[in-house]
Write a protein of this length. Structure first.
Length: 126
């Protein structure tokens, strides 16, 4: 089994002891992304909609660096500090993904790094 680290400067650099993604065989395990601007490494300004879009953009950049796209996502995990924002996630997600949609979980959490309102991670099968 060969493990390859996936990295791109089009998504925020890791702020801890982890990689943006790890590819094992044809499976890519993407680390959680919060709404950091990859150029400034600061949380994007604006409401939850802006944060959700930034997270999807960050995940997309990592997926592309791994040789895939959102078409290859088989599992998506969404962490929200306010689950009442879930309809907004659904609306925005429908602009990034097409059917058949990946398997998904939505989890309410008390807090996220840097005060983010949303974090997502994903698994891709290439």
């Amino acid at each position: 089994m060969t493990k390859m680290i996936v990295a791109t400067d089009r998504a925020p650099q890791a702020i801890g002891t982890y990689s943006q993604a790890v590819k094992v065989g044809t499976t890519v395990y993407m680390s959680g992304q919060i709404p950091l601007d990859p150029d400034t490494m600061e949380l994007v300004e604006g409401g939850v909609e802006v944060q959700i879009k930034r997270v999807f953009d960050n995940l997309s950049a990592v997926a592309e660096a791994a040789g895939g796209s959102f078409d290859n996502v088989v599992k998506l995990n969404i962490f929200l500090t306010d689950l009442s924002c879930f309809p907004i996630v659904n609306e925005i997600m429908s602009t990034y993904f097409k059917q058949p949609y990946p398997a998904r979980a939505a989890i309410g959490v008390a807090s996220l790094p840097k005060g983010a309102q949303v974090e997502m991670d994903a698994v891709l099968e290439l």
